[in-house]
Design a protein around this ligand. Structure first.
Ligand SMILES: [Zn+2]
Length: 330
């Protein structure tokens, strides 16, 4: 890797604020100081009306994601940043996957664990389940799935103090309000601890983020989408960054969307894409922290109780000794 990481940059869906914030990002002198920018995108950019979902724009976006996947696959970039895409447009253009992360993963032929990590200032959250109906959540909470979420955060953030949320009110209140904590979450936390990860929990989710905001923790593992999203969005939506954790190179994007209400007005805030860019640079510079070998199997699958803490499962190397703590985005 050269001195500066090579960061691929996608302008995002052309119907939204993506191109505007990308131009603003590139106009900042520090951007090119921090990285070698590799623009990725088919030419010409389609001529589509602003502020409206467009299948043509969606198809262009998907083509660009495939180009990005090729660049990652070919070792041409060390990280990828993209301005907001439009999921509806990509679906109209034929995307079968649930989101762009899985689209990228499929086009990278990546079969390992990848998961959306939300970064708001210094606080990181991962989640055990993501874009699934709430009704399906409880069945997807397994010891292996919880362990994988903890391990992924630990792999990317080294010695972070990780807290794990419970699923049920009051973290189950000793089994009175649900047993997932006893059966799956606590055993996963214990196993991760035994692997040398700085983790604790499960904690009642309603008060956990108060402690995290106070600075008691660096990262929180949540059990489902809104548990973490509501908290982190309240804490600082306008600075939020999404990291596709686990992919072979760091892939980041601002947490906000295409913002059709202000598209084309020239008033979009480049702060979040700047934070996304800074995070991709930091993680790339850490030497592909995302590309560490899988810790515990490639797919989150429940293990029988007897195997769950078996000594033959691969042990992670604590990254804290090898890598400095990446700072949070600005
Ligand atoms: Zn979401």
């Amino acid at each position: 890797m050269s001195l500066r990481p090579r960061i691929g940059l996608l302008t995002g869906d052309p119907t939204g604020i993506g191109p505007e914030i990308t131009v603003k990002l590139l106009a900042m002198p520090e951007t090119r100081e921090q990285a070698e920018i590799i623009p990725i995108g088919e030419r010409p950019v389609p001529d589509v009306p602003l502020g409206k979902v467009s299948r043509v724009a969606g198809a262009w976006t998907l083509a660009n994601l495939r180009l990005a996947a090729e660049a990652i696959f070919g070792g041409e970039i060390d990280g990828l940043v993209y301005a907001p895409l439009n999921k509806q447009a990509m679906k109209l253009a034929g995307m079968q996957q649930e989101d762009e992360m899985h689209y990228l993963a499929d086009h990278l032929d990546f079969r390992g664990l990848c998961s959306e990590i939300n970064v708001a200032d210094a606080l990181w959250t991962s989640r055990v389940t993501s874009h699934v109906p709430l009704r399906a959540v409880a069945d997807l909470i397994t010891e292996q799935a919880v362990y994988d979420s903890i391990a992924l955060l630990s792999r990317i953030r080294g010695s972070a103090r990780i807290a794990v949320a419970g699923l049920n009110p009051h973290a189950g209140e000793g089994g009175l309000l649900g047993t997932e904590e006893i059966k799956f979450i606590r055993p996963a936390v214990e196993r991760a601890k035994a692997d040398g990860i700085n983790v604790s929990g499960p904690y009642p989710a309603d008060t956990l983020f108060i402690a995290a905001r106070r600075g008691d923790f660096d990262a929180v593992v949540t059990m489902y989408h809104d548990q973490g999203q509501i908290a982190t969005k309240l804490l600082g939506f306008e600075r939020g960054v999404t990291l596709h954790g686990g992919l072979p190179v760091p892939v980041t994007t601002p947490a906000h969307g295409t913002a059709y209400d202000i598209a084309g007005k020239g008033i979009a805030n480049p702060g979040p894409i700047k934070a996304a860019f800074a995070l991709a640079v930091t993680l790339s510079a850490l030497g592909h922290a995302n590309a560490r070998p899988r810790l515990s199997g490639s797919t989150p699958q429940p293990l029988p109780e007897s195997q769950s803490a078996a000594s033959d499962s691969p042990r992670p190397t604590p990254l804290s000794q090898k890598h400095p703590e990446p700072p949070g985005p600005q």
